[in-house]
Every structure is written in C-alpha cells, then in structure tokens.
Design a protein around this ligand. Structure first.
Ligand code: ASP
Length: 419
C-alpha cells in the first residue's frame, strides 16, 4: 500500500507518469478486482447452501436471520447518529466560502461522474415502493447468477434452495450437498490463489488512486469535512470493539488483527462485494465463526449492512446543506436517520455506490433539485478516499455482527481454530 502511494506521488511529478500508471500499472489492479468478483457468485451460492444445509434444523436459521438483521439495523442507526452528532458539532460546511463553492462547482458539477450519479438515483427513486422486494426475487436463477449486480437475487435463491434441502431430509439432499461442499472448497482455494497476487494488485490500485485524485487545493478545502467522516468511522471501530469486548470478553486486538487483511482489501478495492471472499476466510478461519453463521451473515451483510456508508451519507447531507445554506430542522435530521438507513441497505457493494443513494437522502430533506449537482460536486473530489475508508467500516461491521451472532448461538469456536 505504502509503496503504491509513494510510487503514485512520484509519478505525478514525472511527465507522462499518470498515463504510464493508467496504461501499465492499473490493469493489474483491475484484473485482481475482476478475479475477486468472478468468484463472488459461486462463493455465495456454495457457501450459503452449505451453511444452511449443515444446520439440520430450520428454527436455528430463523434465529440467526432475525438476530443478524436486528444487529445490522441497530449498528447502522448507531453509525448515522454518530455521523450526525459529529457534523453538527464541527459544522465543516460553515467555513466554506462562496468563492470555494463556485470554484468546486465549476470544476465538478458538469462532470460525467456527478451527472451519472444523479441520473442513477432518479431511476431508483421512480420505482414503486415495493419494487425492492420484487427486485430481490429472480424469475430466472441463471440470469441472476450472470450479473454481479443481482447478488441479492442469488442470495435469495441460495437460501431458498438451502432451506428446501433441509426440508427434504438428509438422505435426499446428500448428493446436492456433496456437490456444493466440494464447490465451496474449490472456490476457497481460488481465493487463496488470487490472494497470492494481492501485494502487487494493492500496489497498482493505490498508485492509480493517487494519480486519479483531484487537485490538492480542492482537497484541502474539504479537509474538515473528510476529517469529520474519518473521525466518525474511527469511532465506529471503537464501538465495534466495545461490543465485542462485552459479548465475547476477548481483547478487541484479537478481532482487529484477524480481520485486518479484509480491511486492507476493502480499502484498496472500495468494494465490500469484491472483499467478501477474504472476509469469509478471515471470519471463519481466524475469528472462529462457524460456517453455519458466517455463510448467511456475511453475504447478506455485504449487500445490505453498510455502517460506513450510512455514516458518510449523514455527514455529507448535512455538510452540503451547511455549505449551500439549506437550513435543516431537527425533523430533517431525523429524516436523514431513516433515509440513510434505507439508502445504505439499497447501496450496491461497489465503489461509489454510496454517493448515488446520497442523492435520495438529500431529496428527502427537501434539498432543491437544481442545486443537487453543485452539492455532489462539493464532495466529489474527496469521494474516492472516503469510499475506501467507509468500505473498511462496512466490512468490519459485517464481521462484528457475524462474531456476535455466532457467540449468541454457541457457534464461536475461537479457541479451537486460532492457530
Ligand atoms: N464502496 C462501498 C462498499 O462497497 C459502498 C459505498 O459506500 O459507496 O461497501
């Protein structure tokens, strides 16, 4: 990571350095992310089906499901509240001068990145209230599996199949179970093989982030805003560690050490979905969470539990309102809690998704639609680094919930598996 950052800075100061990184270094990062995405669908399929069909008892699945969803929602609300409290205390938007606002909006508001986020958000918004439920249920399992964006549909299909396998009894389910067990093992081996190239890929990804970032002056104007988001994210780590200490009685360093490779990958790829294979490996083999729990909690968590994203959406919505003089009542802030909760559930686990849903959060508090582009432009320059940081928290939150749920159902075996 460090070498990648340094190399990026060095190349920024060499003529043609940026193009060199984009043409000759970045492709290795892209290939790495593609490989991780390539195995995401087979991994979800095999691991959920194996996890559920190992349960033997359907009541256990209900308990695990209910507890995970309750924890997902509570941690997300906690994250939004932390974000809102901090942004109200520090008011990072109030110190931004009109001249800076003008400069930033001139620079960014016409950009493809900003416009496409607004368009995507308007498509999401136009859909019917229960559309998200409809979207979750595929009408064709194979077409769901052919599109990484349809991960929730694959999760739905896998749970449905796993539960049905439980219901038909062990003898009848045996051939299918052996097939998925073996697929699961093979996919885990693929993760190991892909991870052999991680150091090179992380170097490439970070070098590219450096050469693609916005100009330093603009970054400096946004330092206070970025600082508030980062402080909030750090407080989330403290929150996770406290919960883990309370629930497992173990030193949180144990947790952070075990999960750090997944965090590093989340930071480099900005995608919880691409990080999922490694999160699973760390949570199962190093934190000792039984597959019966992790196979459900982690894929579902990766797609719907985004504490970092929701915290960022809360801070960004208030920051933009402060900077552009849009007054917020306390009821608006409560509205942010609700919409950021839903928006983080609806955000895809890919880079930049949080910013699309931010548009919806802003609209819910009556933010004028003609100023949306300027609002997004304001935070666009620092979005990538903040995306990297919030993805780390998204992944850490999923791992924390997996440990807590496993502990609560007697499926945490850290003593026997820690090597
Ligand atoms: N990149 C984030 C993730 O994959 C989502 C976002 O906040 O944009 O978890």
């Amino acid at each position: 990571m460090l070498l990648g950052l340094l190399f990026g800075v060095l190349m920024l100061n060499v003529s043609g350095g940026k193009i060199f990184i984009q043409n000759w270094i970045n492709p290795f990062g892209v290939i790495f992310i593609n490989l991780l995405k390539l195995i995401a669908i087979p991994l979800i399929l095999a691991s959920i089906i194996k996890g559920i069909s190992d349960l033997k008892d359907i009541a256990k699945f209900k308990t695990i499901g209910l507890r995970s969803v309750t924890l997902f929602i509570s941690t997300t609300i906690m994250a939004i509240i932390i974000g809102l409290v901090l942004v109200n205390i520090f008011s990072p938007g109030k110190g931004i001068s009109q001249a800076t606002v003008d400069r930033i909006s001139n620079e960014y508001s016409g950009r493809q990145g900003v416009q496409s986020k607004i368009e995507e958000a308007s498509l999401q918004k136009e859909s019917a209230p229960l559309q998200f439920l409809i979207d979750m249920v595929p009408d064709n399992a194979f077409s769901a599996m052919s599109d990484n964006k349809l991960m929730l549909q694959v999760i739905f299909f896998s749970i449905f199949l796993g539960v049905s396998m439980l219901l038909i009894g062990e003898a009848q389910a045996k051939p299918l179970k052996s097939l998925f067990d073996s697929l699961n093992e093979a996919v885990l081996k693929m993760v190991d093989l892909i991870m052999l190239t991680a150091p090179l890929a992380v170097f490439a990804l970070l070098a590219n982030v450096v050469v693609s970032s916005g100009d330093t002056d603009l970054l400096l104007a946004l330092v206070k805003y970025a600082g508030v988001v980062i402080l909030g994210l750090l407080l989330m780590i403290v929150f996770y560690c406290s919960v883990l200490l309370l629930v497992t009685g173990k030193n949180p360093i144990w947790f952070l050490k075990a999960i750090s490779p997944a965090q590093l990958l989340a930071f480099s790829t900005s995608s919880s979905a691409a990080t999922l294979p490694v999160t699973m490996e760390r949570v199962e083999n190093h934190l000792g969470v039984d597959k019966e729990v992790s196979s459900f909690v982690l894929p579902v968590g990766a797609t719907i539990n985004m504490d970092g994203t929701s915290l960022y959406q809360g801070v960004a919505a208030v920051f933009i309102s402060q900077a552009l003089g849009h007054h917020l009542e306390i009821t608006d802030q409560l509205m942010i809690v609700l919409t950021a909760l839903l928006a983080s559930i609806g955000s895809a686990a890919v880079p930049g998704a949080g910013m699309v849903m931010l548009v919806i959060v802003l609209e819910s508090i009556g933010f004028p639609s003609d100023k949306l582009a300027v609002g997004l432009a304001l935070i666009f320059a620092v979005d990538r680094p903040l995306d990297m940081a919030r993805t780390v928290i998204n992944v850490t939150g999923d791992a924390m919930v997996a440990v807590v749920v496993a502990k609560s159902v007697g499926k945490l075996h850290y003593k026997s598996k820690l090597g």
